[in-house]
Write a protein that binds this ligand. Structure first.
Ligand SMILES: [Zn+2]
Length: 392
């Protein structure tokens, strides 16, 4: 965020540049005196308005300034950007629209102003207007790449995943490696999830295959594949995928466990899916992951999963004695754990369970794309919750 003095300085620059243009334009003509006086009066008034925080009046003066020199146009462009960064998007739009509409501007100047205006529209949430400008700029030498990148961002915000995939190809054609395989895989995963919701399993599987081909071994891809296997009545395949994920990523068991339990209920007395929980709980990391998953989801009543929670809490120095109090020597009291679950759930929810390593955004749920900085795959499990303080 620029400081107030920076902002005013930009206004001063604009004033100086505009005056310089006017003097250069009229300097040698007979009309010089009158034109100079008029320009001086106009721009000094605009500068005074900026100083007095009368921004609308200042914008009125600047946008009504007639033909501008190159420097003056650059300065008006920068002034609009500063307005946008101050959150005054309407004023930024007026300044940049004025530049785009000027007949005297060169192609490069008009493109620079169009891109700035598109950024203004994005800031204001006017995606259709921004898109119209960015589409015109996609072949620009100076702004083509940035325009494509902004179009990709619009696709993400509007969930236009098909177009996002196309834009990835276009970006990577213009500049190989511009879009990472991981990001492209997430777009395919989004398409797979949409197709699954629309009951189009064939399309969903094709999108999963594309995601796997783009970036092999993604957790998200495997989770969707397991969901599709579950939907289509292939519990053994789904179970194997989830078990493998749980072993490789025990910190993500809060995402994996509910899926395993759905399978377990469906396969009652059947294919040994229920054993997966016990197998995953065989390691300390797995036991902890399952326990935190049970604490995090108060709807989980599966006896195996709850037993894992009891076992885990009994092994915690801070909680073991509390659990054991009045319950004999075993310290493994399902009844007391059941009574404690609401409290543990609140404690777990009191702190962030996931955090973006890029911008620090914290949340209680896993995001594949950070809502803060919009990076992909940067949100990871953390132990910053209040509960983490009393668990070893
Ligand atoms: Zn972030």
């Amino acid at each position: 965020m620029p400081t107030e003095s920076t902002f005013l300085f930009a206004g001063l620059l604009f004033l100086a540049a505009a005056l310089g243009y006017v003097f250069a334009r009229f300097g040698d003509s007979d009309e010089v005196e009158e034109a100079e006086q008029s320009a001086r009066t106009k721009f000094l008034r605009g500068f005074r308005y900026l100083l007095n925080e009368e921004s609308d009046r200042a914008v009125d003066v600047f946008t009504g300034a007639g033909d501008l020199s190159d420097d003056a146009m650059e300065t008006q462009l920068a002034l609009g950007i500063l307005f946008r960064r101050r959150g005054e998007v309407d004023r930024a739009i007026r300044l940049h629209e004025d530049l785009v509409g000027r007949a005297s501007s060169t192609v490069a100047q008009r493109e620079a102003a169009s891109f700035a205006l598109a950024e203004d529209y994005l800031s204001a949430g006017l995606f259709d207007r921004a898109e119209a400008l960015l589409v015109q700029l996609r072949n620009s030498r100076g702004h083509g790449m940035a325009a494509l990148a902004r179009l990709l961002r619009i696709c993400e915000v509007t969930s236009d995943w098909d177009r996002a995939v196309d834009l990835c190809a276009e970006l990577n054609r213009v500049s190989p490696g511009q879009v990472s395989p991981s990001q492209l895989a997430h777009y395919y995963c989004e398409l797979a999830e949409v197709a699954r919701r629309d009951h189009l399993p064939g399309v969903a599987r094709e999108m999963v295959n594309q995601a796997e081909a783009s970036d092999p071994g993604k957790v998200r891809t495997a989770l969707i594949r397991a969901d599709l296997d579950t939907d289509s009545g292939h519990p053994a395949e789904a179970s194997a995928t989830l078990a493998q994920l749980g072993r490789a990523h025990p910190a993500l068991l809060s995402e994996i466990l509910p899926r395993i339990l759905v399978l377990s209920r469906a396969a009652e007395g059947g294919s040994g899916v229920g054993q997966v929980v016990d197998q995953l709980a065989a390691t300390p990391e797995g036991l902890r992951g399952i326990a935190l998953g049970v604490i995090g989801d108060s709807r989980i009543e599966d006896p195996r999963a709850v037993r894992c929670l009891v076992q885990f809490l009994a092994g915690q120095p801070a909680l073991g004695e509390l659990l054991a109090a009045g319950e004999g020597e075993s310290g493994q009291s399902p009844a007391r754990v059941k009574a404690l679950r609401p409290l543990l759930h609140k404690m777990l929810g009191a702190g962030a369970r996931f955090q973006c390593k890029n911008c620090g955004y914290s949340s209680a749920v896993l995001h594949w794309q950070c809502p803060g900085c919009r990076s992909w795959d940067t949100v990871h499990p953390v132990n910053s919750s209040v509960l983490a303080g009393i668990l070893s």
